[in-house]
Design a protein around this ligand. Structure first.
Ligand SMILES: [Fe+2]
Length: 311
């Protein structure tokens, strides 16, 4: 792995005390942004009257809460988030609001503000709005691994089965009880030692067919290659559940690629405390989830948002 880029950009004195970018305790590439509680509390208070339904119905309100966050933490806050997310060496960060609030609506407003400092959110067809909140619990009868607690949720990128771009991904933990296991699993594709044998394979850059299951409420048939070049360099688009192999050769290529990523030492488990969120660049990070240990009282609630970079 290449040396990580500088951890802290230059800040003015006031901004330096409002937020600090430091190393992440569980992943050498990620950064953790420490927010000054008094500044965070002032932001939470400043947007407390913006109700979540208003954010869902009126897209420009999402930028109003983002503007308030930028005002609270200073002009360099937004550019720091964008730089960290675009930086090939890093491409992701975590931060938390748990020290100041445990209210779900505050979490939605914070996640919305962080996302909209990066750019517009995508429509989430599963929820019918720009974010999705979902439960992982003991029993589940859904049609994908998303909410199935005791299965390994294999490494993937988001947005594989929709035609619009998914540049960034935000996941925020709202609640967690009786959970052992279930850590997020992350892989930066530059940490995957066997990657290049799949890139240079004849199927590496050929289009594969994607189709989502019913719960995703997406009826598109999409074709996209596993590997492609983007403004961020070599990029990847893959999810095992929704790619539809058209031959034995395609199936075996996809199987071997998925297995290689799952066993790669570059794949790391990263815990996410309640009230924390993680943002990843969806072009060169893959994400998944370790299985939970069986517990009838297991309860976890997460929010996800996805979007594009403002250009
Ligand atoms: Fe995902």
């Amino acid at each position: 792995m290449n040396a990580p880029s500088a951890i802290s950009p230059p800040f003015s004195q006031a901004e330096e005390t409002a937020f600090v970018v430091g190393p992440h305790p569980h992943h050498p590439r990620l950064r953790h942004i420490e927010l000054k509680p008094s500044v965070l509390a002032a932001f939470v208070e400043s947007v407390a009257q913006v109700d979540v339904q208003n954010l869902q119905y009126v897209p420009f309100m999402r930028y109003k809460v983002a503007e308030e966050l930028q005002k609270a933490f200073g002009g360099r806050f937004a550019s720091t988030l964008r730089q960290l997310t675009a930086d090939r060496e890093t491409g992701g960060f975590t931060l938390g609001v748990g020290a100041v609030t445990d209210r779900r609506d505050d979490y939605v407003r914070m996640g919305t503000a962080i996302g909209h400092l990066l750019g517009p959110s995508n429509h989430d067809a599963m929820s019918g709005t720009y974010f999705a909140r979902f439960l992982v619990k003991d029993t589940d009868n859904s049609d994908s691994y998303l909410r199935q607690a005791y299965r390994l949720f294999t490494l993937h990128t988001d947005g594989t089965f929709v035609s619009e771009a998914t540049d960034w991904l935000l996941m925020m933990k709202f609640a967690e009880d009786n959970a052992v296991g279930g850590e997020s699993r992350f892989l930066h594709i530059d940490d995957w030692a066997e990657r290049d044998s799949f890139v240079s394979h004849p199927m590496g850059r050929l289009p594969f067919a994607y189709k989502a299951p019913g719960s995703k409420n997406v009826d598109e048939h999409i074709e996209r290659p596993v590997f492609f070049d983007s403004e961020f360099g070599l990029s990847m688009s893959f999810i095992d559940q929704f790619v539809q192999p058209r031959s034995m050769e395609e199936a075996l290529y996809l199987h071997d690629l998925s297995s290689s990523m799952e066993r790669s030492p570059g794949t790391r488990e990263v815990p996410l405390p309640v009230g924390d969120l993680v943002v990843l660049n969806n072009y060169f990070w893959l994400h998944g989830r370790a299985p939970f240990e069986k517990n009838p009282a297991l309860h976890r609630e997460l929010m996800r948002q996805r979007g594009m970079f403002a250009r």
